[in-house]
Design a protein around this ligand. Sequence first.
Ligand SMILES: [Zn+2]
Length: 304
Amino acid sequence: MTVLLLILAGFVPMTGNPPCLDHGSAPEPEDYASGIPVITYHQITVHESAYSATPAKLRGDLQKLYDAGFFLILPTDIENGLSRIPFDRRPVMITFDDGWEDNFRYIDLPGDSQVIDPDCAIAIVNTFIEEHPDFGSGVVFFISWDKVPFGECTEEKLNAVLDMGHYIGNHSADHLAFTKIPPSRYWEQVIPALNSFHRRLGLRTSEINVVAYPGGQIPRGVNAENVLASMEYRGRPAVTQGYLVDGAVGSFKNFYQGNKYRISRLDMALYSVPRLLNWSNIMVESNARPSLHDDLPWRPVNSE
Ligand SMILES: [Zn+2]
């Protein structure tokens, strides 16, 4: 009775020392697999080509990634040390390059109304996310301005992509390969593209700060990374991350050691999820922390 009154009064008698929170020292990143698969698609269509995937393949890939314990991340999650990822999942980023109409298409219904084509990329992703809320909630659309992004209704669709919780990246003004122009001319591809985004998105353009290189590469040994890092747009860095297509799974450790402009990606027109799972450096499935207080086993010590 006395104890109850004391508790009601807000006073709890101490019976010995409280248990120590013993998290141990943060693990070294090289002790753990730290690869983050970033996968990319181009066109999503039933018409087979070297760069396309069918709607059925995309649906199948999403299911296989989900079943293998993956969780969708966005470029912001990499900057934030992947802190949003549930303790029993592992990260994957899904990207779509170029802004094809089959990535986001409306179809007309009788009587002047429109719906999103259920077989376009964004509808397939949204449906899967709705049915699997523990898969995470966003993918990246890298848009280039050498054609009309998403075919038509560009302004409405770009805003809708952001409204739906997805992410927009810069895929250049003219889709010129960065290996074919000197770094002193990169700005001609990056800045006019941002101006085009700004005309449709206004202030929301501040969220567009990652680039996928047209052609999938940037040259080595020509200061390309420093040129990209120093580029500004309306008082903020124009490019904080750069994405290749090099058929590799990049290491989180490399990113935190400063390699933000050579993030690896796999082209899923050439790749399968079972093959992806054979990569030796990707995190093991459901490598859960013993408790929510513990560090993620693969989070580097310097991930501020
Ligand atoms: Zn492209």
